[in-house]
Every structure is written in C-alpha cells, then in structure tokens.
Design a protein around this ligand. Structure first.
Ligand code: PGA
Length: 251
C-alpha cells in the first residue's frame, strides 16, 4: 500500500507570506527526492488554500482541516466541501481531537462531515484516538462505528483513518510503536466488521502524535503504519523533508 504523509499545519503560519515560503521550501526540498510509492498531503488553514493551490506541485496534494456538512447556504462562518473542491483540495481532516475538544464536535457531526466530503469526492482523513486514561478500544470502536455510519462499501475505499492518541498530540510524548500497531490492528478489525476484510485492507491507517524525523521510521517499519500525520514537525520545512525521506526509504 502507498505510504501517506499528511502535514497538519493547524492554525499556522499567521501570514500568507510565511505560508507561501513554507510551501516553497518544502517543494524545493522535494525536488531532490525520487518518490517511491508515497503521497504527501498538506492540510493548510482555509484562508491560505486559494493562494497555495495557485502554485501546484506534482508531489504535493492539498487538504483542508475541516469542512461543514451542508454544501451551500445560510451557515455563517462555515466552509463547504464544494468550496474546497473548487480550490483543488483533494483531502480533508475530519474529527481532529482539537476540534472534538475545543469545538465540541461529536461523532454525529463528524459522520455528517464524512458523508458530505465523500459526496463531493473529497477524501476524508478521519482522526480517532483515546484521551489519557480512556480505554483505547472502546473509544475507537465508538468513533469508527458512529463516524462511518451510512458510508457505503464503495465509498469506504476513499477513507484514510488516522490513529492519534490525544495524549500524544503536541506533547513530545509519542505513542510506543507497538501500541500504535495494536491500535492499528484493532482499527482494521473494526473496519472489517463494518465492511469486509478486502475493503478494510485497502483503507490506509496512519499514525499521528509527536512524530518527527527521528521516530518516523519506527512507525513505518516496526508498527507497519501506512503513514504519518505530523503537526509541529511539518512546520519546519527541513524537518518535514527529513521525515518524508525516512518514509520514502522505508516504503
Ligand atoms: P503533533 O500533532 O505532531 O504536533 O503532535 C499531530 C496532530 O495533531 O495531528
């Protein structure tokens, strides 16, 4: 399966100039890499997507960090999937723990977002993961079953699942590769129960939470993850390039 590296810029950087420069530095770094079977996706803030999509790169795909579940209409402050498609976005993060925590996003809301993303041919990257002290399997089961309610077998092949234990995000305290692997096997099992083994095997399961160029290899080789979702490390072009190189070496 293809290895996927998703940069989550979150609410950074705060000027367009810096966003363009970061993208340009990443692009420059990528010219020297001969891509094997990998895909690099940058999920930038909504406000920079239009400008960033004006300088396309064969090696980088664009993604958003959220969307609203309606396609158009009186929803002040919201951004729809159709708008994102018009900006050449191909992916969208859905259900990131920061949105579940700070914006009170529920599995029901996340499910509506997944359905609308798929209906406009955006590929959802559904983030799941437990908080410190919670039972991993119980939390993830609920997030997957409720989040994917009504997603057909045919559409399921367009999903990416990101395992992101909340306690590992932005803490410098990543999940042990063996625990990431345990979670990934569990996610695959739930996906097989919802769909079937053949479809579950086609859905990439990636890991996010304090990843960097030093630990990237462990998740790809030891934990057999299908990719990574760096936040902090993706804001430093050279560090992000080093991560991509590590993944590319170990495809
Ligand atoms: P982090 O963020 O790499 O800074 O821990 C990951 C994420 O929130 O997606």
């Amino acid at each position: 399966m293809k290895k996927i590296i998703v940069a989550n810029w979150k609410m950074n950087p705060y000027t367009l100039r810096d966003a363009k420069q970061l993208l340009n530095n990443i692009k420059k770094g990528l010219t020297k890499i001969k891509f094997k079977n990998i895909e690099v996706i940058i999920c930038a803030p909504f406000i920079w997507l239009s400008d960033l999509s004006n300088s396309p790169s064969k090696k980088i795909k664009l993604g958003a960090q959220n969307l609203f579940w309606e396609k158009q209409g009186a929803y002040t402050g919201e951004i729809s999937g159709l708008m994102l498609r018009n900006l050449k976005c191909q992916y969208v993060l859905i259900g990131h723990s920061e949105r579940r925590t700070h914006l009170n996003e529920t599995n029901k809301m996340i499910n509506k977002k997944i359905m609308t993303a798929l209906s406009v041919f955006l590929k959802p990257i559904l983030c799941v993961g437990e908080k410190r002290g919670e039972d991993m399997s119980q939390v993830i089961r609920g997030q997957l079953i409720e989040g994917l309610k009504g997603v057909s077998r045919a559409k399921a092949e367009n999903l990416i699942i990101a395992y992101e234990p909340v306690w590992a995000i932005g803490t410098g305290n990543p999940c042990k590769p063996e625990d990431a692997m345990k979670a990934s096997l569990f996610i695959r099992k739930i996906l097989s129960d919802i769909y079937n083994r053949k479809i579950a095997d086609k859905i990439p399961i990636i890991y996010g939470g304090s990843t960097n160029s030093k630990n990237a290899k462990n998740y790809i080789t030891e934990a057999e993850m299908d990719g990574l979702l760096p936040g902090g490390a993706s804001l430093d072009a050279s560090e992000f390039i080093r991560m991509i190189k590590e993944v590319n070496k170990n495809v």
